[in-house]
Design a binder for this molecule. Structure first.
Ligand code: ZN
Length: 191
């Protein structure tokens, strides 16, 4: 993020502090606008990252035809309606079609789309679509389970509720057997 953008986020934060009835000049708050700007630089990093750079040629030819699953990927994102965090776990599976991706790249893809203002539904489908684009696999399944602080802190829903979203593409959509295999792998542990 540019210095200018950082400065304007600092100004906005100073204003916010005044508007909620705080004194931005008191000691504990003096550096808060700076810290908030730094935090938002990180929360919004996904806008400045490019998927191709992240994949960085880590796609390999392989005759593997078994389902590949990475489960319990932690994610943190910001709800676009309230700019308040939602976070949880993401499970990703795909059926390769002669191409696989380095396993560590899958959580990186989750991060790129999480570090933007999001709704969980779109975040889920963007991860699935990206894997379809990169790998042209036989199918992709993505399930996300998130706690939304905009609901929990504002008392809209019970404290312990999760929002579940899924995106099933190709054989994951067409075949109950494939879907069930995916679900049974990620269900090994309670989530
Ligand atoms: Zn919200």
């Amino acid at each position: 993020m540019t210095d200018k953008l950082n400065e304007s986020i600092e100004d906005l934060t100073q204003n916010l502090l005044k508007n909620i009835g705080e004194n931005p000049e008191r000691e504990g708050l003096l550096r808060t606008p700076h810290r908030v700007a730094k935090s938002w630089e990180y929360f919004s990093e996904g806008y400045r990252l490019n998927i191709d750079d992240i994949i960085n040629n880590a796609v390999f030819k392989e005759d593997c035809s078994e389902m590949v699953v990475v489960r319990d990927i932690e994610f943190f994102s910001m709800c676009e309606h309230h700019m308040i965090p939602f976070f949880g776990r993401c499970h990703v599976g795909y059926l390769p079609n002669k191409r696989i991706i380095g396993l560590s790249k899958i959580p990186r893809i989750v991060d790129v789309f999480s570090q933007r203002l999001q709704i969980q539904e779109r975040l889920t489908s963007q991860i699935a679509e990206t894997l379809m684009d990169i790998l042209n696999p036989i199918g992709v399944g993505v399930i996300m389970e998130g706690r939304h602080l905009c609901m929990q802190m504002r008392g809209v829903q019970k404290q312990n509720s999760f929002a579940s979203t899924s995106s099933m593409v190709g054989q994951f959509r067409d075949s109950a057997e494939t879907r069930n295999e995916f679900l049974s792998i990620i269900n090994l542990k309670q989530f």
